[in-house]
Design a protein around this ligand. Structure first.
Ligand SMILES: [Zn+2]
Length: 276
């Protein structure tokens, strides 16, 4: 039986999965990915994510949030709806939210306002936050520090930063989400050293599919679309970098994900026997 894995970040509502979403889930299942957390990154994708969870409640949970790229969308009425969505039982974290000064699709003051609104929402709903940060470390940590004492917890999703960023996040008690970025020999090599610094009880794995197909995957799917079934490939890269066995890394990351996102532990056995 393959190692049990949990994909804590998949954009399963993405339209590239429209034609074969059930097959994507089945293929993931077959390689041990028993649970997934569907990322909500806009009101629309959050609504879609909640609908997906309702269609497969044993296997799926989701987040409710607005990505900094879409910060301009979160007016007062949208925030009201997001608050309602975030309260639903399918939602296990608020986000993805944060700051992205790399693409700069939204002005910085808008991004910060919308980030703060969602941190408030996380505090009020007592749910952890699913965090996105790119090229905005100082501002991001500054805002996060203000809210941290009142937050239930958080994960720095798709961590790609440097040692100082990692240490700051760990100092804030965050979990660290590692994606196939670590498999990229052009821009992910530094992660192979850094991932060794992450305590086992802070480590999580995510595909971020359909994005971030591991670059060293061989053969690659013709579509170049990433899928949660490739999470075992990310697991292998993380295990090699940490000098640990894939089984050990699978075991701790799965336990972390079950606890952090509040999946019922028995559900994992149910999902396993359902495929067996
Ligand atoms: Zn992100």
């Amino acid at each position: 039986m393959p190692d049990q894995l949990i994909d804590i970040g998949i954009n399963l509502g993405h339209d590239s999965f429209d034609s074969d979403r059930a097959d994507v889930i089945r293929r993931a299942d077959a390689v041990g990915v028993t649970h997934m957390v569907v990322t909500g990154s806009s009101l629309e994708s959050t609504r879609a994510a909640i609908a997906l969870v309702r269609s497969d409640p044993q296997r799926l949970r989701c987040t409710a949030g607005v990505h900094p790229h879409h910060a301009g969308d979160l007016n007062e009425s949208a925030l009201h709806e997001l608050t309602t969505l975030a309260a639903s039982s399918e939602v296990v974290a608020v986000g993805e939210c944060g700051l992205d000064y790399f693409r700069n699709f939204s002005p910085h003051p808008d991004q910060e306002r919308v980030f703060r609104s969602q941190l408030e929402l996380a505090v009020d709903s007592r749910k952890p936050v699913f965090l996105h940060q790119r090229d905005a470390h100082a501002a991001f940590v500054g805002v996060l520090r203000e809210y941290r004492p009142r937050l239930a917890g958080g994960v720095a999703h798709c961590f790609t930063g440097d040692e100082a960023e990692l240490d700051a996040y760990l100092g804030l008690g965050l979990y660290i989400g590692i994606t196939g970025w670590i498999c990229d020999e052009r821009r992910g090599l530094h992660l192979r050293d850094l991932v060794r610094r992450i305590p086992a009880d802070r480590l999580l794995l995510e595909s971020d599919a359909p994005y971030l197909l591991p670059r060293d995957l061989n053969p690659k799917p013709r579509s170049r679309r990433n899928e949660p079934r490739f999470l075992a490939h990310v697991l292998a890269a993380v295990a090699t970098a940490r000098d640990e066995s894939p089984a050990a890394v699978a075991s701790v990351t799965t336990r972390n994900a079950l606890e952090f996102f509040g999946f019922p532990h028995t559900a994992s056995e149910g999902a396993r026997s359902a495929i067996a």
